[in-house]
Design a protein around this ligand. Sequence first.
Ligand SMILES: Cc1cc2nc3c(=O)[nH]c(=O)nc-3n(C[C@H](O)[C@H](O)[C@H](O)COP(=O)(O)OP(=O)(O)OC[C@H]3O[C@@H](n4cnc5c(N)ncnc54)[C@H](O)[C@@H]3O)c2cc1C
Length: 562
Amino acid sequence: MPEHDVLVIGAGLAGQRAALAAAEQGVTVGIISKIHPVRSHSNAAQGGINAALNPDDSWESHAFDTVKGSDYLGDQNAIEIMCREAPDEILHLEHLGVTFHRNDQGLLGTRAFGGASAARTYYVADITGQAILHVLYEQMLKYSDSIDRYEEWFTVDITTDDDGRCSGAIMRNIRDGSLEVFKAKTVILATGGSGQIYKPTTNALVCTADGQAMAYRAGASLMDMEMIQYHPTTLLGNGLLITEGARGEGAHLYNALGERFMEKDAPNKMELASRDVVSRAEQTEINEGRGFPDGSVHLDVTVVPKKRIHEALREIVMVGRDFAGIDITKEPIPVKPGQHYIMGGVKTDVDGQTDIPGLYAAGEVACVSVHGGNRLGANSLLDTLIFGKRSGVHAAAVAKQRNMPDVSASRLDQVRDEIDERINREPGTGRRVSDVKAELGAIMDAKVAVYRDEAGLQEALEVVRRLKEEAKTATIDDKGTVFNQDVLGSIELGYMVDIAETIVLGAIERKESRGAQFRTDFPERNDEEWLKHIDIKLKDGEPTIEYSPVTITQWQPQARTY
Ligand SMILES: Cc1cc2nc3c(=O)[nH]c(=O)nc-3n(C[C@H](O)[C@H](O)[C@H](O)COP(=O)(O)OP(=O)(O)OC[C@H]3O[C@@H](n4cnc5c(N)ncnc54)[C@H](O)[C@@H]3O)c2cc1C
């Protein structure tokens, strides 16, 4: 039975940063990933990472932009920490070897991003996530004496002891299907987001809400789950992301009448207003018949000098060529708003502690909350690193003061039986896992998207609850043990339907419009009644709703215009 002082579940940026921070404190660390760590979804991050590093910028300005971007739902104590610690983290990454872009003077160069009052996004062309992930992985190899890596292991469940303290997790070795209990004094969840609940999404196939569901089932609170970000520029047809960096480089959005429609909704920031504002503007153009017949608006990158496109947006050139058959240096890109990010997640404090003792969460799985109702572009990579590091340091300090907990072997037997039951379901006795997942994605994209209303949300709730039942009997084809991705898909579907229910419940509960939640039946922000977080917790097997206050330090809510 593997034992570690600190067990990190997930090896994207949050997990790797947490593992390194814990190892630096002199504890033993185990880090687990269901795919090879450098293939984690952080790899897909294109545009960059924010920090107020220029002498004429300030962390306060970054923090205010983030608070305003969050539509005042972000917790300002957490936002202050993130923005204050950001410059040192960028320099740290640079010193480790991340090849951030340098300008003509040889200094670290920035690009503009949405909702920001200064150009403060540091980047490596449009492969920023990949560049950072590879450098952190190299660092983990350096720590191989104290960090054990479990690559292609799948976490099925987290365990708690008789006192309700997190004691480890149950893992399936994907290579041979064997199950193991991993004991740990503290556990950090860094399993990323849940975009696969929607179809289409910019998120990878592995973003299936695993950590959120495991924490929720173990009794942790989820917070702000209704806040789902639709990114303004996803490629029509397949939902692939066209980075906000394109608009940061100067690209324009047009409707079918040739109008730069952002003039109406954000006359000052235009295409660089925050994402919820731009997505709503696009959706309005499309809904009111000013979009193109294929249901898109156009992103025109041709206004950016060709040399600069090839230097700073080379991935997007390839996406245009390979997935849309267009040369983006010559033709506009058909785009629409598409599901991209979940602002909500496992509720934590600023050290990553959840409300289960010994269990931490960091990165997209978590909700600190620094993004509130709407995340600013390039603030997520920052969130993963700052709160990954803080979780690692705190979890290591707590682990040093504890003995190794006991984990009952009976839970392992129970999990083995549950997995065998999934594998042994006879084809034809239930719906296929892939069919249930497809219906889930479609209903969420239809009714829990940019615009929402009571009738649509109630319809979504009914469908999600039916799918939750159908997931219990859904069947798969692969009966084997070696790389049985089919059975993992079945377990992931269970995670996704549970979390989809919390997203819909949160959206029904919040009877106002704030950030990414726009209710056509409650179109105004209502600070008097709704300047509060919605927390969802399982009690006696049923989701229950509680509220918690938003922490305000120095920025009182104001009208939000761009
Ligand atoms: C296309 C795209 C572009 C983006 N660009 C930017 C950008 O430019 N700037 C920015 O700030 N943000 C960007 N984002 C958002 C940002 O990339 C993510 O929010 C962030 O990388 C999430 O990191 P993470 O470490 O929390 O999770 P991930 O990188 O998703 O890592 C999750 C890890 O958990 C593991 N895991 C999950 N479930 C299990 C399980 N059951 N068992 C074992 N392991 C498990 C996975 O294998 C993986 O290692 C972008 C997002 C997308 C989709």
